[in-house]
Write a protein that binds this ligand. Structure first.
Ligand code: HEC
Ligand SMILES: [Cu+2]
Length: 223
């Protein structure tokens, strides 16, 4: 093929496809919370008129309400490094009915993977699992070294994390804090929550030896 510069046959979603799009219901106000763990990025979706910097050490928010179902694309809008061209954003807007179907399907997938919350764990096994939960969900804000940044509080040395009374930490992780700047994690399983809490209680300089079993998380959910 000649290099004529003709792009009329190029796919319209070139470099815009992602593995897991952001799925939202149509007509609802959606709040986006941004931060970053390396350099400044920017969350931009032109069709919704939103562009919000994602800044290490800061938690920022923006919102949109999609008026029509469909697939919408955006890209990182801050020149952030050599991979800048490969930070696509894909928002999939579904009707209320399709959205609740999607939620049900995802909940079933999660439930299928869920462990028995009455299992009693040894600290080593639970903390090992918690390290993975931490890397996947918490490190973007609190950093791999637990030091946080700016308004994102450090977990290394935190009085709440080291407290021998586990209730406050479990409640903080379940319900979030600071008006959502620390998000609620109640969608994680009891075992994953017990694991990540036990991990933070023993990682870095927090060598408390404390262990939080999934049953404690179950009990705190009801409070
Ligand atoms: C979007 C950023 C973000 C993510 C992701 C996040 N946190 Fe936080 N977290 C915060 C912020 C901001 C605070 C401080 C809230 C405040 O000002 O009280 C905080 C506070 C906390 C605290 C209280 C610390 C203290 O000493 O007051 C705990 C415990 C905590 N987070 C645990 C977690 C765990 C566990 C995860 C992962 C499952 C997690 N966080 C994911 C932003 C985040
Ligand atoms: Cu970027």
């Amino acid at each position: 093929m000649s290099n004529s510069g003709d792009v009329s046959n190029a796919p319209t979603d070139y470099l815009l496809k992602v593995d897991y799009p952001l799925v939202v219901p149509v007509g609802q106000k959606i709040r986006i919370i941004t931060t970053a763990n390396d350099v400044i990025h920017s969350f931009m979706v032109p069709a919704f008129g939103i562009k919000q910097d994602a800044i290490p050490g800061f938690v920022r928010d923006t919102w949109f309400r999609a008026e029509k179902v469909g697939d919408y694309y955006g890209q990182c809008a801050e020149l952030c490094g050599k991979e800048h061209a490969y930070m696509p954003i894909h928002v999939k807007v579904l009707s209320a009915q399709d959205y609740s179907l999607w939620v049900q399907t995802e909940m079933k997938k999660v439930a299928a993977k869920r462990d028995d919350p009455s299992r009693v764990w040894a600290l080593d096994d639970l903390a090992k699992r918690g390290e993975k939960v931490y890397a996947a969900n918490c490190a973007a804000c609190h950093q791999a070294n637990g030091k946080g940044a700016g308004s994102i509080k450090a977990l290394d040395g935190s009085a709440i994390v080291k407290d021998a009374n586990h209730a406050l930490q479990i409640q903080t992780v379940l319900h979030g804090a600071a008006n959502g700047a620390m998000p609620s994690w109640k969608q994680l399983s009891d075992t994953d929550l017990a694991a990540v809490i036990s991990y933070t209680k023993n990682a870095w300089s927090n060598k408390t030896g404390q262990l939080v079993q999934p049953a404690e998380v179950v009990a705190q959910r009801g409070k």
